[in-house]
Design a protein around this ligand. Structure first.
Ligand code: URA
Length: 446
């Protein structure tokens, strides 16, 4: 049989057919090397979005994207290498705390992170808010640092899953981002290329997540774990709540500042953030073979913060990657971090905080300079906000709800948007638990 042309594959998908792994590989390879143009792949993406992908097609797409670039081999480094990936949220600074915690407990963490996407923040932008911190290490330096310190945090290099880079940009402008098989293949192709042995996923669900409903988040968790296991990696997914921002800070340096406080064991008022971080750390330490079960791992993680070991590991990593460690010791000394305004509760908007819309807060932070509206935008590392009132807390009229940090002019617009993100009630509501479910190859474990 002759090899099907790109248009044959588009037609087959358009008419509800399933493609073979060989066809998917040929199409992705041809798109990556430029022999299939954007307009044909766009048609293929939309046909797939509308007709769906089966499990075999999703695995084939992941494999094709993974092998479009270098697949790192870290076998020469001792230990079970474990990473974590979040599907993205607002105020999600978990990786900044989690990676040094897990490394301090003896499990090597090779982490390749991304930048902010839409209303969500990215670990890479947060790390770069530390003056001089380098996220563009060569692969050789990445491996060497992992060997020496047990932790390295960098950005995606040109060699890792180049097909994802090209496809992501095309999905972004063709309305085909929110399709679970594409999201799963995109995430897993990058993670599988890192050279890890096991992976923990934080699948977020709620207003501030890409998956707004629990049903969608469940399907995504199941798809991600299934791909991980098919590629021979132990994979665990925790489904966590993302309705209000996680913790209190949103924006790159504000979140780094908050993470430094957590690593110094100053966690009062940050219970939601620590609940998610310690749960994920427990899973990583279990998969990494240093804890008998996730609960024991959670305890080890908490101990590494209390002893100062996790903070020391973070300082060592920042120093090794060229960052200014004095701002970790004294975060107040970082330049350009003066607040510009506060948002206060009013007579009409006061009482018990019932909800804070994380999507709206995330978008406001982006407008304040903390994220990008177009790819070329420069991020202001110190822009963002800190919430003083979270769900379940009481705010009297005149009390501050948030402090703002921005260099943009339209501060009154930001104040209004943040006030509008809050919903109040006359009676207190309890903060719901952060963990919505745990999924492994054995199934859901609520
Ligand atoms: N994160 C990714 O890396 N890819 C997606 O498609 C969505 C979120």
């Amino acid at each position: 049989m002759p090899t099907p042309s790109p248009v044959d594959l588009i037609i087959s998908k358009r008419d509800g057919g399933s493609l073979s792994p060989e066809d998917i590989t040929a199409l992705i390879d041809a798109y990556t090397d430029g022999s299939v143009p954007d307009y044909q792949l766009s048609a293929f993406l939309m046909a797939s979005f509308l007709q769906g992908f089966n499990e075999e097609e999703t695995a084939a797409l992941t494999r094709a994207m993974l092998h479009s670039g270098t697949v790192l081999d870290l076998k020469h480094i001792d230990g079970i290498k474990v990473d974590k990936h979040s599907t993205g949220g607002v105020g999600d600074k978990v990786s900044l705390i989690l990676a040094p915690v897990v490394a301090a407990c003896g499990v090597p963490v090779p982490m390749i992170s991304g930048r902010g996407l839409g209303h969500t923040g990215g670990t890479l932008d947060k790390l770069e808010s530390i003056p001089n911190f380098r996220t563009d290490l060569s692969i050789a330096t990445y491996e060497q640092q992992l060997k020496e310190l047990g932790i390295v945090m960098i950005g995606q290099t040109a060699e890792i899953a180049p097909a994802d880079r090209k496809l992501y940009a095309l999905r972004d402008v063709t309305g085909t981002v929110e399709f679970i098989p594409f999201i799963a293949a995109s995430i897993m192709s990058k993670k599988l290329a890192e050279g890890i042995d096991a992976l923990v996923l934080d699948v977020k669900s709620g207003a501030g997540a890409f998956m707004k409903s629990e049903d969608q988040a469940r399907t995504l968790a199941e798809t991600l774990v299934s791909i991980g296991e098919q590629f021979g990696k132990d994979t665990v997914a925790l489904m966590t709540r993302m309705d209000e921002p996680l913790g209190r800070a949103v924006g790159n340096w504000p979140e780094m500042h908050e993470s430094i406080a957590c690593l110094k064991n100053e966690t009062e008022g940050l219970e939601d953030l620590m609940e998610v971080t310690l749960a994920l750390a427990g899973e990583m330490l279990y998969l990494g073979g240093v804890a008998e079960n996730p609960a024991e791992g959670k305890q080890q993680a908490a101990d590494s913060i209390a002893s100062g070991a996790a903070f020391d590991t973070f300082v060592a990593m920042v120093g090794a990657q060229g960052g200014d460690t004095s701002v970790l010791q004294m975060p107040e000394s970082r330049p350009d971090t003066d607040p510009v305004a506060t948002v206060e509760a009013t007579a009409e908007a006061s009482g018990y905080v019932e909800a804070i819309n994380a999507y709206d807060i995330g978008m406001t932070a982006v407008r304040m300079g903390a994220g990008r509206r177009v790819k070329e935008d420069k991020v202001d590392p110190t822009a963002g906000l800190v919430l003083h009132k979270k769900v379940g807390e009481k705010a009297e009229a005149g009390e501050p709800l948030a402090t703002l940090y921005t260099r943009k002019n339209n501060v009154a617009t930001f104040q209004k948007a943040i006030l509008n993100s809050y919903q109040f009630s006359s009676s207190p509501s309890q903060r719901p638990p952060m963990l919505l479910g745990r999924y492994t190859a054995a199934g859901w474990d609520e």
